[in-house]
Ligand binder design. Structure first.
Ligand code: FES
Length: 163
Protein backbone atom coordinates (compact mmCIF):
# COMPACT_ATOMS: atom_id res chain seq x y z
CA UNK A 1 0.00 0.00 0.00
CA UNK A 2 1.48 3.34 -1.02
CA UNK A 3 1.70 6.42 1.18
CA UNK A 4 -0.74 8.26 -1.06
CA UNK A 5 -3.30 5.43 -0.73
CA UNK A 6 -3.03 5.73 3.05
CA UNK A 7 -3.45 9.49 2.82
CA UNK A 8 -6.63 9.07 0.75
CA UNK A 9 -8.07 6.90 3.54
CA UNK A 10 -7.03 9.45 6.18
CA UNK A 11 -8.73 12.23 4.22
CA UNK A 12 -12.01 10.28 4.25
CA UNK A 13 -12.09 10.23 8.04
CA UNK A 14 -10.12 13.37 8.83
CA UNK A 15 -6.78 13.32 10.60
CA UNK A 16 -8.31 12.92 14.05
CA UNK A 17 -6.98 10.44 16.55
CA UNK A 18 -10.54 9.19 17.08
CA UNK A 19 -10.63 8.04 13.44
CA UNK A 20 -7.77 5.61 13.94
CA UNK A 21 -9.90 2.46 14.19
CA UNK A 22 -11.85 3.22 11.00
CA UNK A 23 -8.61 3.94 9.17
CA UNK A 24 -7.04 0.70 10.40
CA UNK A 25 -10.15 -1.24 9.31
CA UNK A 26 -9.91 0.25 5.82
CA UNK A 27 -6.22 -0.62 5.53
CA UNK A 28 -7.01 -4.13 6.78
CA UNK A 29 -9.84 -4.49 4.23
CA UNK A 30 -7.53 -3.49 1.39
CA UNK A 31 -4.38 -5.36 2.40
CA UNK A 32 -5.94 -8.20 4.45
CA UNK A 33 -3.54 -7.21 7.23
CA UNK A 34 -1.77 -4.14 8.63
CA UNK A 35 1.69 -3.77 7.09
CA UNK A 36 4.28 -2.22 9.41
CA UNK A 37 5.18 0.51 6.89
CA UNK A 38 1.53 1.53 6.65
CA UNK A 39 1.25 1.84 10.43
CA UNK A 40 4.42 3.90 10.62
CA UNK A 41 3.18 6.29 7.94
CA UNK A 42 -0.20 6.54 9.64
CA UNK A 43 1.49 7.38 12.94
CA UNK A 44 3.51 10.14 11.29
CA UNK A 45 0.48 11.64 9.54
CA UNK A 46 -1.76 11.58 12.63
CA UNK A 47 0.98 12.41 15.11
CA UNK A 48 0.25 9.26 17.09
CA UNK A 49 3.10 7.23 18.63
CA UNK A 50 3.61 3.91 16.84
CA UNK A 51 3.30 1.90 20.07
CA UNK A 52 -0.20 3.31 20.56
CA UNK A 53 -1.18 2.25 17.05
CA UNK A 54 0.18 -1.25 17.72
CA UNK A 55 -1.82 -1.40 20.97
CA UNK A 56 -5.03 -0.67 19.06
CA UNK A 57 -4.09 -3.05 16.23
CA UNK A 58 -3.47 -5.94 18.61
CA UNK A 59 -6.57 -5.27 20.74
CA UNK A 60 -9.12 -5.96 18.00
CA UNK A 61 -9.38 -9.52 16.73
CA UNK A 62 -10.56 -8.30 13.32
CA UNK A 63 -7.20 -6.58 12.80
CA UNK A 64 -4.08 -8.53 11.98
CA UNK A 65 -0.40 -7.66 11.92
CA UNK A 66 0.32 -10.82 9.95
CA UNK A 67 -0.54 -11.26 6.27
CA UNK A 68 -3.93 -12.93 5.82
CA UNK A 69 -5.19 -15.13 3.03
CA UNK A 70 -7.65 -13.99 0.37
CA UNK A 71 -10.07 -16.55 1.82
CA UNK A 72 -10.71 -17.00 5.53
CA UNK A 73 -11.67 -20.53 6.53
CA UNK A 74 -13.24 -20.74 10.00
CA UNK A 75 -13.87 -24.13 11.54
CA UNK A 76 -16.27 -24.02 14.46
CA UNK A 77 -14.97 -25.84 17.53
CA UNK A 78 -17.85 -24.94 19.84
CA UNK A 79 -19.39 -27.69 21.95
CA UNK A 80 -22.11 -28.71 19.48
CA UNK A 81 -19.66 -28.89 16.59
CA UNK A 82 -16.99 -30.52 18.74
CA UNK A 83 -19.22 -33.46 19.68
CA UNK A 84 -20.16 -33.89 16.01
CA UNK A 85 -16.57 -34.20 14.85
CA UNK A 86 -15.09 -30.72 14.42
CA UNK A 87 -11.63 -32.09 15.21
CA UNK A 88 -11.78 -34.39 12.18
CA UNK A 89 -12.64 -31.35 10.03
CA UNK A 90 -9.68 -29.42 11.41
CA UNK A 91 -7.36 -32.39 10.81
CA UNK A 92 -8.56 -32.62 7.20
CA UNK A 93 -8.20 -28.85 6.69
CA UNK A 94 -4.65 -29.03 8.02
CA UNK A 95 -3.92 -31.82 5.58
CA UNK A 96 -5.52 -30.07 2.59
CA UNK A 97 -4.04 -26.63 3.26
CA UNK A 98 -0.75 -27.60 4.87
CA UNK A 99 -1.25 -25.10 7.69
CA UNK A 100 -2.51 -25.05 11.27
CA UNK A 101 -5.22 -22.80 12.71
CA UNK A 102 -3.97 -19.23 12.92
CA UNK A 103 -1.73 -19.67 9.87
CA UNK A 104 -1.89 -18.53 6.25
CA UNK A 105 -0.84 -20.57 3.21
CA UNK A 106 2.37 -19.46 1.50
CA UNK A 107 0.44 -18.33 -1.59
CA UNK A 108 -1.78 -16.22 0.72
CA UNK A 109 -4.91 -17.85 -0.65
CA UNK A 110 -6.19 -19.26 2.67
CA UNK A 111 -6.07 -18.39 6.36
CA UNK A 112 -7.31 -21.13 8.67
CA UNK A 113 -9.01 -20.15 11.94
CA UNK A 114 -11.15 -21.75 14.60
CA UNK A 115 -14.14 -20.06 16.21
CA UNK A 116 -16.17 -20.96 19.29
CA UNK A 117 -19.66 -20.82 17.77
CA UNK A 118 -21.08 -19.62 14.49
CA UNK A 119 -24.62 -19.53 15.84
CA UNK A 120 -26.00 -22.41 13.76
CA UNK A 121 -25.23 -25.27 16.15
CA UNK A 122 -27.91 -27.61 14.75
CA UNK A 123 -26.02 -27.67 11.43
CA UNK A 124 -22.72 -28.72 13.04
CA UNK A 125 -20.01 -29.35 12.33
CA UNK A 126 -19.95 -25.99 10.59
CA UNK A 127 -17.27 -24.32 8.49
CA UNK A 128 -17.50 -20.72 7.27
CA UNK A 129 -15.47 -19.54 4.30
CA UNK A 130 -15.51 -15.79 3.73
CA UNK A 131 -18.74 -15.69 5.74
CA UNK A 132 -20.52 -18.40 3.74
CA UNK A 133 -21.60 -21.31 5.94
CA UNK A 134 -21.16 -24.99 5.13
CA UNK A 135 -23.06 -27.20 7.58
CA UNK A 136 -23.03 -30.95 8.30
CA UNK A 137 -19.42 -30.93 7.24
CA UNK A 138 -17.55 -34.23 6.99
CA UNK A 139 -13.89 -34.74 6.20
CA UNK A 140 -14.78 -36.19 2.79
CA UNK A 141 -16.40 -32.88 1.78
CA UNK A 142 -13.50 -30.63 2.76
CA UNK A 143 -11.58 -30.92 -0.53
CA UNK A 144 -14.69 -30.24 -2.62
CA UNK A 145 -15.63 -27.26 -0.47
CA UNK A 146 -12.18 -25.71 -0.77
CA UNK A 147 -12.01 -26.42 -4.52
CA UNK A 148 -14.22 -23.47 -5.48
CA UNK A 149 -11.92 -21.07 -3.64
CA UNK A 150 -8.86 -22.66 -5.14
CA UNK A 151 -10.23 -22.35 -8.67
CA UNK A 152 -11.32 -18.73 -8.01
CA UNK A 153 -7.67 -17.91 -7.51
CA UNK A 154 -6.56 -19.83 -10.61
CA UNK A 155 -9.21 -18.07 -12.70
CA UNK A 156 -7.96 -14.68 -11.52
CA UNK A 157 -4.35 -15.64 -12.24
CA UNK A 158 -5.40 -16.81 -15.70
CA UNK A 159 -7.14 -13.49 -16.32
CA UNK A 160 -3.93 -11.71 -15.31
CA UNK A 161 -1.97 -13.82 -17.75
CA UNK A 162 -0.14 -15.77 -15.05
CA UNK A 163 -1.89 -19.15 -15.70
S1 FES B 1 -21.06 -24.74 18.26
FE1 FES B 1 -20.64 -24.71 16.14
S2 FES B 1 -22.17 -23.39 15.36
FE2 FES B 1 -22.52 -23.35 17.48
Amino acid sequence: MTHSEIEVIIEQYGSRESAILSILQDIQAKEKYLPREALEHLGEKLGIPINKIYRIATFYRALSLMPRGRHEVCVCVGTACHVRGAQRIIDQMKLELGIRPGETTKDRNFTLETVNCLGVCAAGPVVAIDGQYFGKMISGKVDGTLKKYRSDKKKKEGANGKA
